[in-house]
Design a protein around this ligand. Structure first.
Ligand code: PMP
Length: 361
């Protein structure tokens, strides 16, 4: 049966990418070796590594002021590495808490040094992104302000970064990297696990401004020190070679498809389809997020009661839809529309939603 993958991550990779990887799996470009068997110091791998970095730079328009690192440990390790490297003695790290992931990031930073919450939407069940009028004044001496650009679990998203003040910004872009533009001049550091929009699990991308990197803490264990990884071009130890290869293929595919502009357009198109279906359902489907904070990546919605929710989800399995249950902390349903998810899958889903509503309302 054909499947339509709406998993929150890891998730759908483009078929073309998987087929190319299949073709190259056993004998990579006539080297007689699979990438899985190759030394990370070999010429062939070095070129995969550098091409992946260059493609990512091109795709996301990352200027030379910023360096790209490929690390391991997921976005979760960045919750720890960011304050370890960037939070200075006698300074504060500020966090805007808009969901479980930013809360986790905040809690890790608390273990490292002085950390404060500048704003939080927890009291509302994380249904919105707090506007500037809801923020506490920032400490005079902050090392950085941390935001989570897209809240994977609750389905909210910073619509723009324009409101954010002129301080070193750290952005967790795990679930919307590659689907929006980034004002790099404002960004001290951005990080993302690759497994949603730009590749498979295993590689974590860290994009750090060079002047920020120059001033990071120098007293850290090597594996937790950005400078160590930077000095060795992310080859201090064995990198996740196959994940980086697949990340490179995925980015190349996205560039061929029309680049970032095209994926911004596609994500708007896909999200509109879903939100229109929710908004025109006469209250049968209700969105979790406030309209002004809606995510274009994770569409979270509920049905009138838990019996209908269960029947809806049961029915999706029969149709070949995968990954539509809401996160256990929110319940209901969630459709994740990352870059590997085609418009046709979304059309199938809204068709199912309409039929289900007709049958049950
Ligand atoms: N931040 C966000 C916004 C996420 O969605 C996730 C994972 N879903 C994480 C961080 C944690 O990522 P990882 O599993 O790569 O550690």
């Amino acid at each position: 049966m054909e499947t339509f993958n709406f998993n929150p991550g890891p998730t759908a990779l483009p078929k073309e990418v998987l087929l190319r990887a299949q073709q190259e799996l056993v004998n990579y470009q006539s080297t007689g070796l699979s990438i899985l068997e190759m030394s990370h110091r070999s010429k062939a791998y070095q070129s995969i590594h550098e091409n992946a970095q260059q493609s990512l730079r091109k795709f996301l328009n990352i200027p030379d002021t910023h360096e790209i690192l490929f690390l391991q440990g997921g976005a979760s390790l960045q919750f720890t590495m960011v304050p370890m490297n960037l939070l200075k003695e006698n300074q504060t790290a500020s966090y805007i808490v808009t969901g479980s992931w930013s809360q986790k990031a905040y809690k890790e930073s608390m273990k490292i040094g002085k950390t404060e919450i500048t704003a939080s939407s927890e009291a509302s069940g994380f249904t919105y992104i707090p506007g500037k009028s809801d923020w506490k004044a920032l400490d005079k001496d902050i090392s950085y302000l941390h935001v989570t650009s897209n809240n994977t679990i609750y389905g909210t998203q910073w619509q723009t970064f324009e409101e954010l003040p002129d301080v070193p910004l750290v952005i967790d872009m795990s679930s919307d990297i590659g689907s929006r533009t980034v004002p790099w001049e404002k960004v001290a550091l951005a990080y993302a696990g690759a497994q949603k929009n730009i590749g498979p699990a295993g590689a974590t991308v860290v994009i750090i401004r060079k002047d920020v990197l120059a001033e990071t803490n120098t007293q850290l264990p090597a594996m937790l020190d950005y400078k160590v990884h930077s000095n060795k071009n992310s080859l201090h130890n064995t990198p996740p070679t196959y994940s980086i290869y697949l990340l490179g293929l995925t980015i190349e595919w996205m560039i061929e498809q029309g680049g970032l502009t095209e994926f911004i357009h596609r994500s708007e198109q896909k999200a509109s389809l879903l939100y229109n279906t929710i908004d025109e359902s006469d209250g049968f489907y209700t969105g979790h997020a406030e309209k002004s904070s809606r995510s274009r990546m994770n569409i979270t919605f509920n049905l009138p009661n838990s019996e209908l929710s269960e029947a809806f989800l049961q029915g999706t399995e029969d149709e070949g839809f995968v990954g539509l249950s809401g996160h256990r902390s929110v319940g209901g349903c969630r459709a994740s529309l990352y870059n590997g998810v085609g418009l046709a899958s979304c059309e199938r889903l809204v068709d199912y939603m309409e039929k289900f509503k007709k049958k049950h309302s």
